[in-house]
Design a binder for this molecule. Sequence first.
Ligand SMILES: Cc1cc2nc3c(=O)[nH]c(=O)nc-3n(C[C@H](O)[C@H](O)[C@H](O)COP(=O)(O)OP(=O)(O)OC[C@H]3O[C@@H](n4cnc5c(N)ncnc54)[C@H](O)[C@@H]3O)c2cc1C
Length: 440
Amino acid sequence: MHSPIVVALCWILAFLLFTLLPLLVLLIYPPPGERGFWVEFSVALGFIGLALMALQFALTARINRVEASYGIDLILQFHRYTSFVAFAMVLVHPLVLFWVQPDTIQLLNFPEAPWRARLAVLATLAFIMLIVTTVWRKQLKIPYEPWRLSHSILSVLAVGLGLGHAIGVGNYLGLFWKAVLWSAIALVALWLIVYVRLVKPWLMTKKTYLVEEVTPERGDVWTLALRPVGHEGFRFQPGQFSWITLNITPLSMREHPFSMSSSGEHSERLEFGIKAVGDFTSKIKDYKPGTKAYLDGPYGVFTSDRYEDSAGFVLIAGGIGITPLMSILVTAAERGDDRPYLLIYSSKTWEDITYREALDDLNERLDLTIVHVLREPADDWDGEKGYVDQDLLARYIPARRGTRHYFICAVPKMMDQVERALHDLKVPVTNVHMEHYDLA
Ligand SMILES: Cc1cc2nc3c(=O)[nH]c(=O)nc-3n(C[C@H](O)[C@H](O)[C@H](O)COP(=O)(O)OP(=O)(O)OC[C@H]3O[C@@H](n4cnc5c(N)ncnc54)[C@H](O)[C@@H]3O)c2cc1C
């Protein structure tokens, strides 16, 4: 077994190597004739930009081993930033060429231009649409599902057309090894698409789950309980999540991520606490026992199991962010964990507190302190009220800040505020872990 840090570093190295591979080939097999520094610079930008674009397929393919090293939050952030870098390179690549060889601007004359140049123009347009619809998705009011479909189509177009352009230029200049390299990259990217869209969903159809029951919880939340049929389900670490497909085939790719809320010790019954917020989640209550379900999981690094030497845990939840923390607490109780747990839990009203009674039960079985924080308390409420801010945290978290690990799951605004407050309270950044529920 290699240490997680070594594995994570190896992935970074592999990423860098793949990104720079086209440049290495350019160095080993330089093009015939002297092209000058700026032309070479422009070509290098195009090469790295395209390799970075192709790598995005690997980043978003939910490859378990990569995911297990970093967690989905970090991978998606990395996906966003490296996509912007690739976009900048792809845009600057022709601009430099137009500047040092002004006659190449004629390649923008679409009807007259050769195919390799037309492919570049189309790839750039697809890339621009990809970025605009992603960065401004909410402002453009594009719902998540259509956005996800268009994101997949536009990315395949942008990378496919870009690779077509690179192979075309390689052939045109008689650069055999470069054409081979780009063709190999195109094939790997194609395999990743086939794997994600067809192979993985097809494998999921072999492992069916059935809805066992759907039960109402406080706070407009429903517990969906699933049971594996003809297989053992999967073991997970408390705090992890899976992608759920309900009542349709996984090949339709309409899946939603949810944290398991049940014990990591029981793979024969998996529970999810689902808050009704939109199209899919509002229909959970209508699913009948016996409905077919498919799971892709477990994923995520938001789990207390990674910190077995921690002296205890501080769990901070806002609303439905309680689900992974519930799993952490239920699992700890089942395992007879005697370390101290502190749960700071923000809800709207006393009646809205999801799992209120179940948490009281856990209080009996664990060294657990629960601090309810209500945003709209009744007049006779004498507990904490308002927001989870620095003053409130300072009153409850242990004086020796670095001895425990902190898990935060809430709406983005609350997570940002709590993260900043913990930082100001000198909690080491390596002890703070967060799970974001809004991926895009
Ligand atoms: C790691 C993770 C764990 C989560 N765990 C829970 C949980 O335990 N309980 C819970 O109630 N919610 C959880 N969520 C949020 C949940 O996935 C969304 O609320 C749900 O997908 C919304 O779908 P909808 O069609 O009902 O709502 P919509 O109105 O369509 O979407 C509301 C928002 O949810 C997100 N979303 C919608 N569809 C998807 C999708 N297919 N994939 C990813 N995000 C999507 C988008 O940000 C969107 O803006 C989790 C999210 C993540 C990323």
